[in-house]
Design a protein around this ligand. Structure first.
Ligand SMILES: [Zn+2]
Length: 345
């Protein structure tokens, strides 16, 4: 921090971990629930710890709800995975990172299809949609519209290779296909799912995520006038009595996660979730520190990472790949205790 000694600086360390704006809901299907009504190309047995999900047939197509046309489309699974990899990860990334993304995207799609055999409650008729609500998907036509034909010439073959060379591979824990959440940038450590979604899963634990420094949103700083900061807080919490004079004693960190993300903050006695502050100030994550500079009358919010922080960090995956890890090593690093194998075997 600059010129600390000169200014009367009050550092309010608000360690908050905020899941992404649109977090992937983790309401699991009860283990006993039958999922054999999955789309007709999926055959699944009872979800039960003792008898893991079996996919008796290869999945050829998936039903995808298009958020723009409001229609359900049937897309061959490999075409869908290519469109997800291209939409979710920069095509400039290392091939092994793209492969890790391909396997995670396929696993996520199948997990969702089994979990929502009648379709997701938000888009009945399809377990997946084409937006970040599930995982982003863009058709080749849409990719060309967005990036131009030179992008297609330069990168489409690379995307296809990442998907084709990992065809039919999925991620499993204890014999069951997992819900492989992923995010952009962890900021150094991924987060335990329990801290973000209040659901503990053995494969979504906190792990170190080095080599993310190249991520554009590894660290970001939001600077604003103290008065604007106060006005924003009051717009959401009109009852709080905070002012320039008392702000340093009215905002207190109550609880943070092991990785330093903010869980709860007290604002003049009102308990505010870290994720709510993230939404209010449109922060990249809940890993943030608020610094008050009473000399310049400004507030700085320094945020680490981008996204909910759970599961695979995409920028961390690219960092690992550049340092020599292959896609399987990347997946086994970010998803604790898993194995990568053919789906249906
Ligand atoms: Zn969706």
């Amino acid at each position: 921090m600059r010129k600390l000694g000169i200014y009367a600086l009050v550092v309010l360390v608000i360690t908050i971990i905020l899941p992404t704006v649109i977090v992937k809901a983790l309401n699991f299907v009860p283990r006993e629930e039958e999922v054999d009504a999955a789309a007709d190309y999926i055959e699944a047995k009872t979800i039960d710890r003792k008898s893991p999900i079996k996919l008796n047939k290869k999945i050829d197509k998936l039903k995808i709800y298009n958020n723009y046309s409001k229609e359900v489309e049937e897309i061959p699974i490999d075409d869908y995975i290519k469109g997800v990899v291209a939409a979710e990860m920069p095509a400039e990334f290392h091939m092994e990172a793209l492969k890790a993304q391909a396997v995670a995207a396929r696993t996520y799609a199948i997990f969702r299809s089994l979990k929502y055999p009648q379709g997701h409650p938000d888009h009945l008729g399809a377990a997946l949609c084409n937006g970040v609500h599930c995982q982003a998907y863009l058709s080749l036509e849409e990719l060309e519209d967005i990036h131009g034909s030179s992008w297609v010439e330069n990168y489409w073959a690379k995307i296809e290779e990442a998907v084709d060379t990992t065809r039919n591979l999925g991620i499993f824990y204890d014999g069951e296909i997992i819900e492989p959440l992923y995010h952009s940038t962890s900021g150094g450590w991924t987060e335990d799912a329990r801290e973000v979604f209040a659901l503990s899963l053995p494969y979504l634990k906190s792990v170190p995520s080095p080599n993310e420094e190249e991520a554009p949103r590894f660290k970001s700083i939001l600077t604003m006038a103290i008065d604007d900061f106060i006005a924003k807080i009051k717009s959401a919490y009109p009852k709080v009595n905070i002012s320039r004079e008392n702000i340093h004693e009215k905002i207190k960190l109550i609880d943070k996660t092991m990785t330093g993300r903010v869980k709860k903050v007290s604002i003049d006695g009102i308990v505010v979730e870290g994720r709510d502050l993230r939404d209010l100030f449109d922060l990249d994550s809940t890993s943030f520190i608020i610094t008050l500079d009473t000399s310049l009358n400004i507030i700085e919010i320094e945020t680490r990472g981008y996204g909910h922080g759970v599961g695979m960090s995409q920028w961390g995956a690219n960092g690992m790949a550049k340092n020599g890890s292959d896609y399987e090593e990347i997946l086994r690093h970010y998803y604790t205790g898993v194995e990568v194998k053919e789906i249906g075997n």
